[in-house]
Design a protein around this ligand. Structure first.
Ligand SMILES: N[C@@H](CCC(=O)N[C@@H](CS)C(=O)NCC(=O)O)C(=O)O
Length: 215
């Protein structure tokens, strides 16, 4: 157990949908930091994420959210930033100098921007039936992956020679991109990077969904 986690505290509650990459991002962070947690799966099909009590924790009615012994937070990138600072070596995760901090922040923006609009949205179509333009989501994914493939050339991780929040924010939707009909086959460096994250001793996977036949 994480040495900074109070021995008399309750485990962190993670409100989630088990098939959500945003939620997996938070679960991965909790696991890597060895913070005791329990998952609370919301019945989103029946609107549990829009219930009055839940909106107090997550005003946009979205998963993930956490309750850490009375500290409630929503938004995956906000939560992993909190967890890194509260239970980790903050500078290792969020940047040891001005340049690293900026580079990590940039990848958090990519996670909320290009990753959400690309591999995340493509998977929303195939796994959840979202009415998005699937071809456009696939095209955005490949545009992103071309940039990442070049960026990762000769690198083990996105920003430093160690895991940072940049890698945590990027991992889940990229690892599961094939479920959205986006093949990772052409991207050797991206696949090696995913493997480096999966090799971490406390890594936890996200549940797999079927890969569409044409992917
Ligand atoms: N910015 C949020 C986005 C989270 C998000 O999009 N969650 C989706 C599930 S993956 C959700 O709860 N959708 C339900 C809704 O928006 O009503 C984060 O990073 O946590």
């Amino acid at each position: 157990m994480n040495a900074l986690f109070p021995t008399d505290a309750e485990s962190v509650k993670l409100y989630r949908n088990p098939k959500s990459g945003h939620c997996h991002r938070v679960e991965l962070m909790l696991a890597l930091l060895d913070v005791p947690y329990e998952t609370v799966d919301l019945d989103m099909a029946n609107g549990a994420h829009k219930a009055h009590d839940y909106l107090e924790i997550s005003p946009f009615g979205q998963v993930p959210a956490i309750d850490d012994n009375g500290v409630t937070l929503s938004d995956s990138n906000a939560i992993i930033t909190y967890l890194a600072d509260r239970y980790g070596d903050t500078a290792d995760w969020t940047g040891r100098d001005s340049i690293e901090k900026a580079q990590i922040q940039r990848w958090l923006s990519v996670a909320a921007g290009e990753i959400a609009a690309g591999p995340c949205a493509a998977r929303l179509v195939t796994v959840f039936g979202a009415a998005f333009d699937h071809d456009a989501c696939i095209a955005k994914s490949h545009a992103l992956f071309k940039v990442m493939e070049k960026h990762l050339d000769g690198k083990s991780f996105l920003v430093a020679e160690r895991l940072t929040l940049a890698d945590i924010a990027g991992y889940s939707y990229i690892a599961h991109a094939p479920e959205g009909g986006v093949s990772l086959e052409p991207y050797t460096n991206i696949r090696a990077w995913l493997g480096n994250i999966e090799a971490q001793s406390r890594f936890v996977p996200m549940v797999r969904s079927p890969i569409p036949v044409a992917a």
